[in-house]
Every structure is written in C-alpha cells, then in structure tokens.
Write a protein that binds this ligand. Sequence first.
Ligand SMILES: NC(=O)c1ccc[n+]([C@@H]2O[C@H](COP(=O)([O-])OP(=O)(O)OC[C@H]3O[C@@H](n4cnc5c(N)ncnc54)[C@H](OP(=O)(O)O)[C@@H]3O)[C@@H](O)[C@H]2O)c1
Length: 344
Amino acid sequence: MSFKLAFIGFGRVGQSLAGLLNRKRNELKERYDLEPTVVGVSDIQLGSVMDPEGLDLPRLLQHARREGSLRGISAPEKGLSSLDTIRRSSADLVIEVTWSNLADAEPGLSHIRTALKKGCHVVTSNKGPIALKLRELQGLADGNGVQLGFEGTVLSGTPAIRLGREALLGGEILSIEGILNGTTNYILSEMERDVSYEEALEEAKRLGYAEADPTADVEAWDPTAKIVILANALMDCDLRIGDVEREGITGLSKDDLMKAIKQDRRVRLVARAVRTRDGVRASCKPEEIPLTSLLANIHGVTNAVVFGTDVQDEVALIGPGAGPQSAGYALLTDLIAIGRSMKR
Ligand SMILES: NC(=O)c1ccc[n+]([C@@H]2O[C@H](COP(=O)([O-])OP(=O)(O)OC[C@H]3O[C@@H](n4cnc5c(N)ncnc54)[C@H](OP(=O)(O)O)[C@@H]3O)[C@@H](O)[C@H]2O)c1
C-alpha cells in the first residue's frame, strides 16, 4: 500500500526517521505491506521541496547531512512555507518534528491543526502541542477520521503511550510515576558520586545530554510536560502544565543526595500523576525514595515509568528517553500503526 508522507521540520529527529524509512524499506513492504513515499519536506534551515511523484530519500538525506541544504534538489515546487507544504502536498500523513515550545506550542500547533483539518494523519515528537492541546487535537483527528500519533513525546522510542493505551487494555490506570528526564537523572546520578551540581551539568553538556540553556530540564519543565501528556492521554483528564506541582533540581546539593543514601534512600526527580477523589493530581519534583524501589535503581540518562492499575499493582517500562535515533524510532512505530489501521 502506498503511503505519502510530508516532513515538517527536518532536523535530527526528522532525518533519523528518514534514515530508518530508507534502511527498512524492504521490511516495511514485506512485513507490513507499506510503501512510504516522501512527497514534501519543509524546514526553515534546510529549505523546502515538494514532488507529488515522490522525492528520492537517500538524496534528501545526503543533501541535508553533507550540504546542510535541500536547495540543490530539483523538484516541481520549492521554497514553500511549512503551512503551504501541508496545505498543498498530497501527503496522507504529516510528520511534525519542529522544535518544542511549551509556552504557546507554536509553530507545531498550527502545523498539526492544519494537517488534521485537511484530513491528514499526523505523527509528532513535538511535546508542545500535545502537552498544551491534546484534547482539542484529538477531537480534530476524530472529527476528520484521521489519527494522531505522539509516542515520541514521552520516553522517545520506549513505548510508554502504547503500553498504557494498548497493552493495559481493560485496566484503569490509577497512577503513573516515572523518571521522565534523562539529563536530570544523569546529573543526580553523578552527584551521588561526589560530583558537584555544576560539574555534573557541565559534563552533561559535554556529552550532549544537556542543552546550552538547560532550564527546561533542570527546572523540570520538560518532565512536567511529559507527565501532563501521559496523564491526559492515559487517565482521561485535561491537566494543564500549571496544574502540576513543579520543582527542579537546582536547589539540591551533593550533600542532600549523600545524606539520603545514608538513610537507604535516593533522590530522584519523580514525575507523578495519581487519581484521587477530586480528579487527577500531578507533581514533578525531587523526592527521596527507598533504595529498594524500582525508580531508585534507574541511573544515568535512562528513563522509566511505572503504571498502577485497578487490576494489578505495578507494570514498569525502562528504556532510553531521548536521542534522535530513539525519537525517530517512536515516529516509525506510530507510522506503522497508522499504516496498518488504514488497511483494515
Ligand atoms: N532530539 C531528541 O532527542 C528528541 C527526543 C524526543 C523528542 N524530540 C522533539 O522532537 C522535535 C524535533 O527535535 P530535533 O532534535 O529534530 O530538533 P532540531 O534538530 O532542532 O530540528 C527541528 C527542525 O525544525 C526546523 N523548524 C523550526 N520551525 C520550523 C517551521 N516553522 N517550519 C519548518 N521547519 C521548522 C528547525 O529549523 P531551525 O533550526 O532553523 O529552527 C530545525 O531544522 C522537537 O520538538 C523535540 O523536542 C527530540
């Protein structure tokens, strides 16, 4: 089955998915009967190209990686804006992978709204629109008979959303707790080894785990957005980022962490959502948790999430929580899931 795709944003994650589509071309056809064709790419930095007959994927990647531009590719339409690419392309599915903006979710929100209203499926790893507007976007998708995949917004390629939505069928999720940010977990793990916060942060930057401006991680905005996404997607609520009790890790010293260890406890930045009589309550803050608990044994950049349901106590998932490869893989899983459902 042919399946036309348009990339909106073609940075690290977009190129990682494109690489996977290229590498797994035969597998996608043989195992899933899917033959994806890229009909448009629009990226502020690299430029825009559109061809209803399909663009050559290896060539797109080569131009993006080696030349840092798609402008040398010949195509019937070039230079369109992201919104015009969505409006005018023949894509069945739009891959939205522009930057995450937790203030007003733009430009991703407009991209996703436009695509869904046009009747295109959307897959995204962009946290902004999903953390801020999931209910509206899901309504748009349902109303237009298309699907919205956002597995990559939480735990990247480690399938937290799909586990909660599909594998735990028939159970009601009563609680979600997790380590949802690898950068801060790395910093806390290092501080336990007698490294100062500043040194651990510098090392995290050097290793590419932390951004030059680490505020979104160390002030816990990123894992707060992720617990909002998990709660809203899996616990049937409509939390806002401001509803979450949030505290970052900047106030912690290595002495705080060492003191906790002496008491058989460990400090972790825990994101939590719990169903109460008054609705779902969420927090994301440093907590001292027993050394015997699963989350206390998650070290470095690894992420983990534990679901509590009404039928069984704890179901846990551990895996990579970031990295373009992992996020690209999450998009691939959404894309395959949508492709398979289109054939039913
Ligand atoms: N990298 C990861 O490990 C990871 C993991 C999970 C989720 N994510 C999320 O996935 C998304 C993509 O991440 P990434 O690492 O690929 O980011 P990236 O490398 O910065 O790529 C994003 C690309 O989108 C372009 N862009 C921004 N606004 C645009 C617009 N209006 N129209 C067209 N292109 C636009 C950017 O151009 P400019 O550079 O010129 O702005 C950039 O080339 C983000 O939302 C991120 O939070 C990333």
